[in-house]
Design a protein. Structure first.
Length: 542
């Protein structure tokens, strides 16, 4: 399962391990036990600091799924709370690599405020993360919770491959991944962001002392970690400015895109690959990262004050809003009630749970038709529901969908309700807009693909927005407020494309730089005190 190239790469990652890490397998028989043993035996050859043993676990009864397909990590002969139930291959391979590195002493690159808050939790917490090896969102959740386990001995985290435990999946009625349980109770279901997990956890176990530190004055603070935000941060850093980037996750919506073939000069890539490349590019510059955090408020002025979800406050001379967009919801009865229980938004993540079943895709644009084609290879039948009388997807995609015998395309229909029985989706009600007839179709899953809605609600009227919630900008990315700029999918700029978002991010940065030159800091104000030598040329330029 691990070829020599992967082992060689693993050796380069593990060469600076500070502590020995032992992978402890549990005894017993299982049809895939040999495959797991071969995987781990090969894995530990990457470093003399890695070891593999098989014995009865030392872990306490905090919910460990005890069977031959489980193993856990041990440091200095003591379990560190990280457990894998299944073979962490595919997207989860990086979860195992990072778990080993962090366990061995590699720095955990979380915000210091988050680290302190997680480390201070005194309650015993056991997380179970049910995943699919085809889910590209699952590793983010597994990796974040694994870091919590390294930071706090009171926290254990267990990755569980749902494909190996069908009885458990059925018992808990899991229909979407990642599905996160805390001490046996549902904590998060379906697609979830790490920032949401952090906020939800700290709401349940609030830190005794909320840190509200105001750090060094920043020239530019970028809010958002997608192509627009990363483009703005890199361009700003290249100008020699003090830059902070705040993001609930790096990559944004791009990270959920599996096929990218229209990024000029890159014939073909994927969202996770592009996200990794952008992240690596940022590491070439002195950019302060605030990941897994959101913005609670922004106070306008010559010096803007940004309050984060962690309680930290940032003082900055300019702000670039690049928060992108999120999946648009249908807003019909049965949608919110059944999220993660038959209603999904990511066919790549949740499609395998509907193998051999009948499902619906709502939306006839490119995303909807691509989702239908993707699902057609897994499910029994796919019905696409489009509100308009024609499909908005590219002609080539529609033609491909029509060639699939198990795809039905319905246009000029209005979905009215998603029905469920005993906690499971069992059908959809829709109306033929031409005849006004109402129909009920039996199915077991609904994938919503009707576009995006801008992430602008947090601005609370700070800047002008359109009727659709998009931040209104001019040709230079200026908003209605001085010193606040915006770029990418959160704005009124037409055509929501990766390459356009990158360019808009660069443009917003150049506009911010121009603003900073024309609005130097005031030396006679404590709040406006210069924070570094990088401000001097900006002051002298006027």
């Amino acid at each position: 399962m691990l070829d020599q190239n992967l082992i060689n790469a693993l050796r380069s990652y593990t060469k600076n391990m500070k502590n020995d890490v032992t992978l402890v397998m549990q005894p017993g028989e299982h049809p895939k036990k040999g495959e797991l043993l071969n995987f781990l035996t090969t894995f530990v050859t990457a470093s003399d600091n890695l070891h593999l043993v098989e014995r009865v676990p030392k872990l306490d009864a905090q919910g460990l799924l005890s069977d031959p397909m489980s193993f856990y990590l041990e440091v200095n002969e003591r379990p560190n709370g990280i457990i894998f139930s299944g073979i962490p291959a595919g997207h989860e391979f990086n979860s195992l690599v990072l778990a080993v590195l962090h366990s061995s002493g590699t720095e955990i690159k979380l915000d210091e405020h988050i680290k302190k808050s997680i480390s201070g939790i005194t309650s015993l917490l056991h997380f179970e993360v049910f995943i699919s090896l085809s889910c590209h969102n699952c590793p983010d959740v597994v990796q974040a919770l694994n870091q919590f386990s390294v930071l706090n001995p009171n926290i254990t985290t267990q990755m569980i491959d749902g494909g190996l435990y069908p009885d458990v999946i059925k018992e808990r009625d899991i229909q979407g991944v990642p599905s996160v349980y805390l001490n046996g109770e549902v904590f998060a279901n379906g697609k979830v962001e790490i920032a949401e997990l952090v906020q939800k956890l700290l709401a349940l176990y609030p830190p005794e002392d909320v840190m509200q530190v105001e750090g060094e004055l920043q020239d530019v603070t970028v809010i958002g970690g997608g192509p627009a935000g990363i483009g703005a941060a890199i361009y700003s850093a290249r100008k020699g400015l003090n830059v902070t980037l705040i993001a609930d996750r790096i990559g944004g919506q791009v990270k959920d895109t599996m096929g990218i073939e229209n990024l000029i000069s890159v014939p073909k890539t994927t969202g996770p690959e592009l996200t990794g490349a952008m992240q690596k590019h940022m590491q070439d510059y002195d950019i302060t990262m605030k990941e897994f955090l959101t913005v609670k408020s922004i106070e306008q002025g010559d010096i803007k004050h940004i309050t984060l979800s962690s309680g930290e406050k940032i003082r900055t001379r300019s702000v670039i809003i690049a928060t992108g967009a999120k999946w648009r919801e249908l807003g019909i009865p049965g949608e919110k009630e059944n999220k993660g229980n038959g209603v999904a938004y990511c066919p790549h993540c949740d499609g395998p749970f509907f193998k051999g079943k009948d499902v619906a895709v709502i939306g006839g644009g490119n995303s909807g038709i691509e989702a239908a084609i993707d699902l057609a290879g897994i499910v029994n039948n796919v019905t696409v529901f489009e509100f308009a009388d024609t499909f908005k997807a590219d002609k080539i995609l529609v033609e491909q969908a029509k060639k699939r015998k198990n795809i039905t395309l319905l246009s000029n229909v209005a979905t009215q309700e998603i029905t469920a029985k005993n906690g499971k989706v069992n059908g959809i009600t829709y109306q033929d807009r031409a005849t006004k007839e109402v129909h009920n179709q039996r199915l077991e899953g609904v994938f919503v693909q009707i576009g995006l809605v801008p992430n602008s609600a947090f601005l609370n009227g700070l800047v002008d927005v359109s009727a659709f919630g998009e931040v209104i900008i001019d040709e230079k990315c200026n908003t209605s407020q001085s010193g606040i700029f915006a770029c990418g999918d959160v704005t009124t700029v037409p055509y929501k494309q990766i390459v356009i978002a990158m360019g808009e991010g660069a443009k917003a940065s150049l506009s911010a730089f121009d603003y900073l030159i024309k609005h130097p800091v005031k030396a006679d104000s404590d709040d406006n005190e210069q924070s570094s030598e990088t401000h001097e040329p900006l002051t002298e330029a006027v």
